[in-house]
Each structure stands twice: as structure tokens, then as C-alpha cells.
Design a protein around this ligand. Structure first.
Ligand code: APR
Length: 239
């Protein structure tokens, strides 16, 4: 490992939570009752059939109560606690496993399933349990205006300016458990690389963007991520 690494950006996707028991989007089990993700995760889908979209996210939200962070989430939390330089974890996941593992320097670029967003008053707030068509906003009290605080296809991911700045400035960019099928996250590796960062991919199989990475580590996240974190922390100690 290059000894001059101080600023690290880590991008995570559904693959990091797979071993916790959460289904990925594009794997064999990636369909939800016959729906393509794109058909239940768009503003148009919500306008057409909000009950179906609520059902999709309610089921995934309920599942979060049954699962816990795995060794890969815990390793990134260890990196957060022990890395002496700058670190930013950007997750595409809407689960809460990174924060439950202990990660602090974290951005949920696609939102969070345990938050609600009121379309009437624009407030966002924590939400557990099912969200129904007539659910009431805890801020303005209006019924029927809530949606999960999720960034759907065609919507703008959160905190892009902060993410782009971190990508341009980082020395090392790591991508974990993402298929590289969805932009803008799929393009982060190119920004980091063109700005001089080393790039490493950790995934069960080469992703669609594998050619952009200097190094590709194939294997389950619970194996490869703790090893990578250990190596990084060792290299920081010896530099
Ligand atoms: N360890 C590492 N990688 C894994 C594991 C594992 N145990 N299991 C699966 N993977 C890999 C798969 O091989 C796949 O390349 O994780 C990747 C998951 O890809 P997707 O299901 O496409 O998930 P993701 O890339 O996060 O999707 C991006 O698409 O549907 C939208 O908004 C949603 O944030 C999501 C975005």
C-alpha cells in the first residue's frame, strides 16, 4: 500500500449487506414479487400505485429489525475509529447497518428507509414500522403526504457536492459490493481516478466498472473488507 494515503473515500452498495441477509437488487433474488426494482423505485411508480411502493419499502424496513451488521460493516466502522487521516463512507444503501456498526463519517446518498419525508411540509424525520397511505406527518399533522425518504430513479442523490469534493481530493477510492449499474455512483471511480487516486474494488464478481480500478479483490465482503482494513491500518502504523 502506498504510504502517502491520507484521504479515503469508500463507496458501498447492496453487496455489503448481503451477508447480513438483505437481498441485493440485481442478483438472482433481486426481483421483488416479480417487479423490477426500477418499477417500484421511481416517482412515477409512487404516483401510479403508492400502496405497492409503500408495501415494497415496508417489507424491507421490517426486515431491518431482523438483521445485524456483518464483519464488513464492522471493519469499516473500525477504519472510521482508527484511521488517522480523512475518511468518508458513501453508501447507496438505505439500510442502517453502517451506523449500527459504528460508522460516523457516513453519507446516505440514496436516502434512508427508516426516515419519512412529508411532501406537504418538506420535513424529514425518523420512521419505524409500516408507512401507510394515510400516515400522518409528525411535523405538520397532514395525512397522506408521506413517502419513504429514498432517492428513486430519476431523482437527485443527496449531498453530491460534498461527495464530488471528497472524490476529487482523495488519495484512495474503494468500492464495495456494488454492481456499478447506477449513476452517478457508478462514475465515482472515474472522478477519483482522473484526480489521481488509487482505486480498489471489492466485490463478489467483477462489476460493470471493473476496468476503472487499479486493483480488484474478488470475494465476499465479510472476508475481503476486514483484510483490506487491516492492511490499511498496518500501513498507516508503519509509515
Ligand atoms: N460481498 C460482496 N459483494 C457482493 C456480495 C457479497 N457477499 N453479494 C453480492 N455482491 C455484489 C454483487 O455481485 C453485485 O455486483 O454486490 C453487487 C450488488 O449490486 P446491486 O444489487 O446492483 O446493488 P447496488 O449496486 O447497490 O445498486 C445500486 O440501484 O436499485 C438501486 O438505489 C438502488 O442503491 C441501489 C442502486
Amino acid at each position: 500500500m502506498n504510504q502517502e494515503v491520507t484521504r479515503i473515500v469508500v463507496l458501498t452498495g447492496a453487496g455489503i449487506s448481503a451477508e447480513s441477509g438483505l437481498a441485493t437488487f440485481r442478483g438472482d433474488d433481486g426481483l421483488w414479487e416479480g417487479h423490477r426494482v426500477e418499477d417500484v423505485a421511481t416517482p412515477e411508480a409512487f404516483a401510479r400505485d403508492p400502496g405497492l411502493v409503500h408495501q415494497f419499502y415496508n417489507a424491507r424496513r421490517a426486515k431491518l429489525e431482523e438483521v445485524k451488521p456483518n464483519a464488513a460493516h464492522l471493519a469499516l466502522a473500525r477504519l472510521d475509529a482508527e484511521w488517522p487521516g480523512e475518511l468518508l463512507v458513501v453508501t447507496q444503501n438505505v439500510d442502517d447497518l453502517h451506523e449500527r456498526a459504528g460508522s460516523k463519517r457516513l453519507i446516505h446518498m440514496h436516502g434512508e428507509n427508516k426516515k419519512a419525508w412529508c411532501l406537504r411540509c418538506d420535513e424529514r424525520f425518523a420512521w419505524t414500522g409500516a408507512m401507510g397511505l394515510d400516515a400522518e406527518c409528525r411535523a405538520c399533522g397532514t395525512a397522506g403526504g408521506l413517502r419513504p425518504d429514498i432517492v428513486w430513479f430519476g431523482e437527485m442523490p443527496y449531498e453530491m457536492e460534498r461527495i464530488e469534493d471528497a472524490l476529487r481530493e482523495c488519495d484512495l477510492f474503494a468500492s464495495i459490493g456494488t454492481s456499478g449499474a447506477v449513476y452517478p455512483a457508478a462514475g465515482f471511480v472515474q472522478t477519483a481516478r482522473y484526480c489521481g487516486a488509487m482505486t480498489v474494488e471489492m466485490n463478489l464478481e467483477p462489476s460493470q466498472g471493473s476496468i476503472f480500478f487499479d486493483e480488484v479483490r474478488i470475494g465476499p465482503a465479510s472476508d475481503v473488507v476486514p483484510t483490506w482494513v487491516e492492511e490499511l491500518l498496518q500501513s498507516a502504523q508503519s509509515s
